[in-house]
Design a protein around this ligand. Structure first.
Ligand SMILES: C[S@@+](CC[C@H](N)C(=O)[O-])C[C@H]1O[C@@H](n2cnc3c(N)ncnc32)[C@H](O)[C@@H]1O
Length: 260
C-alpha cells in the first residue's frame, strides 16, 4: 500500500479536461507520483437529475442575463465527494465575492489534509449552494474569470509548494516573496555574468555569504518599497523601514544601474 498523501485535492467542475494537463505536468505530477499529493476531479454533470442531457444550469428567477448552476446537483455532488474519503475536508467555493487569496491564506489552507474546490461557470451558483453547504468563499482577485478552474489551479499550486517534500529545496518556498515576511523576493541572477552591458552585481560573485545575505535583505526592502509599498505597513512591525536608513530605495537605484 502506498504512503498516505499529505494533502488530497478534490476539484468539482463542469470541465474536467481543463485540469487534465495541469495534473500531468511538472512538480505537481512528480508530487502525485511520489504519493505526497492526490488530485481528483469530479464532473458536476454526473449529479444532474437530467439523466439524458446532464443539464445543471437554468435561468435566474427574476430575470437577467446568463444561466445559474442549480442547487440540487451541486449539493448532491459535494455530499457524494465528501463521502469518498473519511476526512470531510475544507469546502472552498471559488467566487469573485470571496476572501481574497494571498500567501498567508495559502499557508493556512496547506495545513488541511483535504481541500475540495467547487468551480463555478456561467453566472455562478444558486445562492442556496452557499446557504446549505456553507463553504469558504475565496476569490483569486478582483477580476472576473470565465470559471473557477484557473482559480482552483492557482490555489493548488500555491498550497502544494508548502507541503514538506514537494519542492526539491525546501528553502525555495521560505525565500519566496510574501513568505517569511510580507516582502518581495530579492533580484536573482544566473549566467552569463554580463549581457548587453548589464552585469551581475559584484557582491553576488564575491563568495562572501554574510555580505550576500545583507545585500539580499536590503534588496527585498528596496524592491518592496519601489513596487509594493503597501506591503511595508505589514512588515514594519518586525523590520526596519527602508525609508529611514541607507539600505532602502537608494540601494534599489544602485541596482538598476548596469555594472553595479
Ligand atoms: C463568470 S464567473 C461569474 C461571476 C458572477 N456573475 C459575479 O459577478 O460575481 C463564473 C465563475 O467563475 C469563477 N470565478 C470568476 N472570477 C473568479 C475569481 N476572481 N476568483 C475565483 N473564482 C472566480 C467562479 O466560480 C464563478 O462562479
Amino acid at each position: 500500500m502506498g504512503a498516505l498523501p499529505a494533502i488530497r485535492y478534490d476539484i468539482i467542475t463542469l470541465f474536467p479536461q481543463i485540469l487534465a494537463g495541469f495534473v500531468g505536468e511538472s512538480l505537481l505530477a512528480k508530487a502525485i507520483a511520489r504519493g505526497l499529493i492526490e488530485v481528483h476531479t469530479h464532473n458536476l454533470r454526473d449529479w444532474s437529475p437530467d439523466k439524458r442531457h446532464h443539464k445543471v444550469d437554468s435561468p435566474p428567477y427574476g430575470g437577467g442575463p446568463g444561466m445559474l448552476i442549480q442547487v440540487e446537483p451541486t449539493v448532491l455532488c459535494v455530499e457524494a465527494v465528501r463521502r469518498m474519503h473519511e476526512e470531510p475536508g475544507e469546502l472552498i467555493l471559488l467566487t469573485p465575492a470571496g476572501q481574497r487569496f494571498d500567501q498567508p491564506l495559502a499557508a493556512e489552507l496547506a495545513t488541511h489534509r483535504r481541500l475540495i474546490f467547487l468551480c463555478g461557470r456561467y453566472e455562478g451558483f444558486d445562492q442556496r449552494v452557499v446557504d446549505i453547504l456553507q463553504p469558504r468563499e475565496i476569490s483569486l482577485g478582483d477580476f472576473v474569470l470565465n470559471g473557477g478552474e484557473v482559480a482552483a489551479m492557482a490555489m493548488v499550486e500555491a498550497t502544494m509548494r508548502l507541503i514538506p517534500g514537494v519542492l526539491g529545496d525546501a528553502a525555495s518556498s521560505v525565500e519566496d516573496s510574501f513568505s517569511d515576511a510580507q516582502l518581495l523576493e530579492f533580484p536573482q541572477y544566473t549566467r552569463p555574468r554580463t549581457f548587453r552591458g548589464h552585469a551581475v552585481p559584484e557582491v553576488l560573485l564575491s563568495g562572501n555569504h554574510q555580505q550576500i545575505a545583507q545585500w539580499r535583505s536590503a534588496q527585498r526592502l528596496a524592491r518592496t518599497a519601489r513596487q509594493r509599498r503597501d506591503l511595508l505597513q505589514d512588515a514594519s512591525s518586525n523590520m526596519p523601514c527602508p525609508a529611514s536608513n541607507d539600505s532602502g530605495v537608494d540601494e534599489a537605484e544602485q541596482n538598476r544601474r548596469p555594472g553595479y
